[in-house]
Write a protein that binds this ligand. Structure first.
Ligand SMILES: NC(=O)c1ccc[n+]([C@@H]2O[C@H](COP(=O)([O-])OP(=O)(O)OC[C@H]3O[C@@H](n4cnc5c(N)ncnc54)[C@H](O)[C@@H]3O)[C@@H](O)[C@H]2O)c1
Length: 246
């Protein structure tokens, strides 16, 4: 239970859902510090009480100045960032003819620009140290598309493409900065609370392993890619979806 020993970690969208599960898993695995970045601070006190290594910080990942200031703070406090998990994400679903420009822009901003900004400011810190692991959360929808989710699918496909480019970009000059992503299947979190069971049932029926993902399933995949057990893995998409997308 010490796979994250001595590591300084950053998890965006860390206050609830998958991000919270990842932050808690890192803390249980002995991380020195897990910064849980979120716009919603209502859970920060409870998180810090249960896991003293977790520090909640209010950061909107679409705000470049706030992201840069946070990275400067983390470096001042620890001198390094070992792991970045780009997890914060939102949905605003509609069939394409009903999707407004605001819905398009909002999802692109958080899911794509947010991943870009976090990586833009954290990757140089890792490059300087010569090591690090960046894990971004994509989705089955980024690999397969989905009705009513063209904005979301574009961002999650974009995460896969950025991951592959960055895997090459951040391994230059002898740096061992690894970049991977996890593609979760439908996972029981607040994000899918509004999805009716009648929509979820056929998805479960099409899933070879016959269920939705639990938060811990996704956190386990992220843990593997974040810790040193995956030292020779970069540029990959780890599908944690029960075989939904093959
Ligand atoms: N739940 C699923 O079925 C599922 C499936 C595949 C992929 N994903 C992806 O997993 C990630 C987490 O999803 P979840 O289900 O836990 O979502 P969630 O809605 O339960 O939690 C997302 C968290 O991100 C935070 N957040 C949103 N916008 C932010 C911003 N601009 N800056 C900082 N924080 C912000 C929210 O406050 C929230 O705490 C997302 O990227 C999502 O697209 C989820």
């Amino acid at each position: 239970m010490n796979r994250m020993k001595d590591k300084v970690c950053v998890v965006t969208g860390g206050a609830r859902g998958i991000g919270r599960g990842i932050a808690e898993t890192f803390a249980r695995e002995g991380a020195t510090c897990v910064y849980a970045l979120d716009m919603n601070d209502s859970e920060f006190a409870a998180l810090a009480k249960a896991y003293p290594a977790i520090k909640g910080v209010v950061v909107n990942v679409t705000d470049g100045a706030a992201v840069e200031a946070f990275v400067q703070r983390a470096v001042a406090e620890h001198g390094r960032i070992d792991v970045l998990v780009n997890n914060a994400g939102i949905t605003k679903d509609a069939l394409v003819q009903k999707m407004t420009e605001e819905m398009w822009d909002a999802v692109i901003n958080v899911n794509l620009k947010g991943v870009f900004l976090m990586t833009k400011y954290v990757a140089p810190v890792m490059m300087e140290k010569g090591a690090g692991s960046i894990v971004s959360i994509s989705s089955v929808v980024g690999l397969d598309g989905n009705i009513g989710q063209s904005n979301y699918a574009a961002t999650k496909g974009g995460v896969v493409a950025m991951t592959k480019g960055w895997a090459r970009e951040f391994a230059r000059k002898g740096a061992k900065v690894r970049v991977n992503c996890v593609s979760p299947g439908y996972t029981r979190t607040p994000m899918i609370e509004t999805v009716p069971e009648k929509v979820l049932e056929p998805i479960i029926a099409r899933t070879p392993l016959g269920r939705l993902a639990e938060i811990q399933d996704i956190a386990n995949g992220v843990l593997f890619l974040s810790c040193d057990e995956s030292a020779f893995v970069t540029g990959q998409v780890l599908r944690v979806d029960g075989g939904l997308v093959l």
